[in-house]
Design a protein around this ligand. Structure first.
Ligand code: CP
Length: 321
């Protein structure tokens, strides 16, 4: 049968089950032979624009581009760029030096693909939900854009997570549990939203467990089971995805909850075969115990490694498109 996957111009979210299957398969091929397409990106450049810190996303995207023969250039916009005005029609007589219209258009003229990281404010729910800052870049750059984590999604992380589950699953439809974990800071919803969106989109059986008050935006979790009892949720889990997020309803706030939500071996008595996942960075002994992270259950290093091949698969797809 002919390949009927619709080409995408941007990689910002889960698009379709078929594309997910294709990207995962391509990523696994690149993992076996990272340089098989080493000439594909010759003469092309990707600009990776960071408005926020990063370790994995920055380095894995660079490596992915280099594996395809493409030149990556990193701009730490938060530290090295001009302060950007995001609002149309603004009178720029205060601290903002350059308008996004001008900066994004210039960057678009320099690169074949742009990749952008823009976290949410966690203070303006409507603006964050509209992915305002990220979408201003998309609107004005005029080039294909890859999300390196936006206000509401982190698709490259989620693709790497799906690759990792594919490699470590013995079942067609594993039981996946995403469990909320404690944290000392207000953390965005992007990783949790995206993980739910991709896990449901790839037809896995997803249960989400968190304290009351930490319900996620339903546009990302529709189809998942919600179970407030963490131990019950974890029963017979194949994969346990550990993640903190701040409240969505009481937007960006940290709510007082029982400290027992940090996952330990004790929580997994009824899930003897469960593998543990986390996107990293992780606060040890706050989100997850040392015992868990250093055990043979942990897939966190594999997830991080798969970030390279997830990015390589996506860049390769965009070069084809
Ligand atoms: N998981 C992830 O995106 O890591 P970084 O924030 O270090 O890029």
């Amino acid at each position: 049968m002919a390949n009927i996957i619709k080409p995408i111009t941007h990689f910002t979210k889960f698009e379709s089950h078929e594309l997910g299957i294709q990207l995962i398969a391509q990523a696994l091929l690149y993992k076996q032979n990272p340089f098989v397409d080493k000439l594909k990106g010759t003469g092309k450049r990707i600009g990776c624009i960071f408005l926020n810190p990063s370790l994995r996303t920055r380095v894995s995207t660079q490596l992915a581009a280099l594996n395809l023969g493409m030149e990556p250039i990193i701009l730490n916009m938060d530290k090295e760029g001009w302060a950007l005005e995001m609002n149309d029609g603004a009178v720029m007589n205060r601290d903002k030096v350059e308008h996004i219209k001008d900066a994004a258009a210039v960057l678009g003229s320099y690169f074949d693909i742009l990749a952008i990281r823009a976290f949410p404010s966690l203070t303006n729910r409507e603006e964050d939900l509209a992915d305002f800052v990220f979408n201003q870049f998309v609107t004005y750059c005029g080039k294909p854009v890859i999300s390196l984590e936006s206000a509401i999604r982190h698709p490259l992380q989620s693709l790497a997570d799906q690759i990792t589950m594919k490699e470590n699953s013995t079942k067609a439809k594993p039981k996946v549990v995403m469990t909320w974990a404690p944290h000392i800071k207000a953390i965005p919803h992007a990783v949790a939203n995206s993980f739910a969106e991709w896990t449901l989109g790839m037809d896995h059986d997803l249960t989400i467990t968190h304290p009351e008050g930490y319900e996620l935006d339903e546009q990302f979790t529709k189809g998942a089971k919600l179970e407030y009892d963490q131990n019950k949720a974890l029963e017979n889990a194949d994969f346990v995805y550990v993640k903190n997020w701040s409240s969505f309803n009481d937007y960006g706030k940290i709510l007082q909850v029982d400290s027992n939500w940090m996952l330990t071996e004790e929580h997994l008595i009824a899930a003897p075969n469960a593998k543990i996942m986390h996107c990293l960075p992780v606060r040890r002994n706050v989100e997850l115990s040392d015992e868990m992270l250093d055990s043979s259950r942990s897939l966190v290093q594999e997830q991080a490694k798969n970030r390279v091949f997830a990015a390589q698969s996506v860049i390769s797809h965009l070069l084809d498109s």
